[in-house]
Design a protein around this ligand. Structure first.
Ligand SMILES: Nc1ncnc2c1ncn2[C@@H]1O[C@H](COP(=O)(O)OP(=O)(O)O)[C@@H](O)[C@H]1O
Ligand SMILES: [Mg+2]
Length: 195
C-alpha cells in the first residue's frame, strides 16, 4: 500500500490585539482571528503537493500546523499518516521539515551544531558513539569536507543553509525520513565556501 498523508477540515485561530495585530502577551484584551479555515487535502507517496497563495495567505501557518509546530495558536482538524492519527512520535520517525529560514547559529560550524544536538538530545551516548554518529551524519549530508566552516549569515559568508539537511532541532539519529515538507523559499547552496 502506498503511504499517504491527509489533512481534513483544518482550521487555526490566534488571539490578536483588538486592532488585529499579533499579541505580544497573553494577558489583556484581545480577539480571536482565524488564520486558516477548513483546509482539506491529501498526498500520496511519490506525489508532490504544492500549496500556493499570495503572501499572508496562510501557507506557513498551514505548514507549521501540519508539522505539529507549536506556535501559540489553536489548531483543529484531523491529520492522518497512512490512515492513522498523526502524532509527534510518527512525525519524528517519518518526517522532515525544511523551514523557510535557516535554523542555524551563524558562528557555529556544521560539526559544532551536531555536537550540540547530540549533547542535548542524546546525552547518554558515549563520546565515541557520538563521534561515530556525527561522522556518519556529516558524510551522509556531504558535509565532511566543510564541517568546520561556520554557518554564516548576512554579515559574513559561511556554510549557509545547512539547515536543509542538518537541523539541530530534529533528532539527529533519524536517518530514514520518508515525508518532507518544504516552504517556498529554499536556502542557498549548502556547498558555498567562505571567501
Ligand atoms: N500569531 C499571529 N497573530 C496574528 N496574526 C498572525 C499570526 N501569525 C500569522 N499571522 C497572520 O496570518 C496571516 C498568514 O500568515 P502566514 O502563514 O505567514 O502567510 P504566508 O506564509 O502565506 O505568507 C498573515 O496575515 C499573518 O500576518
Ligand atoms: Mg510564509
Amino acid at each position: 500500500m502506498k503511504s499517504s498523508f491527509s489533512f481534513d477540515d483544518c482550521s487555526y485561530t490566534v488571539v490578536t490585539t483588538l486592532a488585529g495585530k499579533p499579541k505580544p502577551l497573553p494577558c489583556g484584551k484581545g480577539k480571536i482571528k482565524p488564520l486558516l479555515k477548513n483546509i482539506t487535502a491529501n498526498v500520496q507517496a511519490g506525489h508532490v503537493l504544492s500549496i500556493l497563495g499570495p503572501s499572508g495567505a496562510g501557507k506557513t501557518t498551514l505548514l507549521n500546523m501540519l508539522t505539529l509546530e507549536k506556535k501559540g495558536g489553536a489548531p483543529t482538524g484531523f491529520l492522518k499518516l497512512n490512515g492513522r492519527p498523526f502524532t509527534l512520535e510518527m512525525y519524528k520517525r517519518n518526517c522532515a521539515y525544511v523551514q523557510q529560514n535557516d535554523a542555524l547559529w551563524s558562528c557555529l560550524s556544521s560539526r559544532d551544531h551536531l555536537e550540540y544536538a547530540y549533547a542535548l538530545f542524546q546525552p547518554d551516548l558515549s563520546k565515541q558513539d557520538r563521534e561515530t554518529k556525527i561522522k556518519q551524519v556529516l558524510e551522509t549530508l556531504g558535509l565532511a569536507e566543510s564541517q568546520h566552516i561556520k554557518a554564516g549569515n548576512q554579515f559574513f559568508r559561511g556554510l549557509r543553509a545547512a539547515s536543509s539537511g542538518a537541523s539541530p532541532s530534529a533528532s539527529p539519529s533519524r536517518s530514514s525520513r520518508r515525508c518532507s515538507f518544504s516552504t517556498s523559499r529554499q536556502p542557498e547552496s549548502t556547498r558555498r565556501r567562505p571567501r
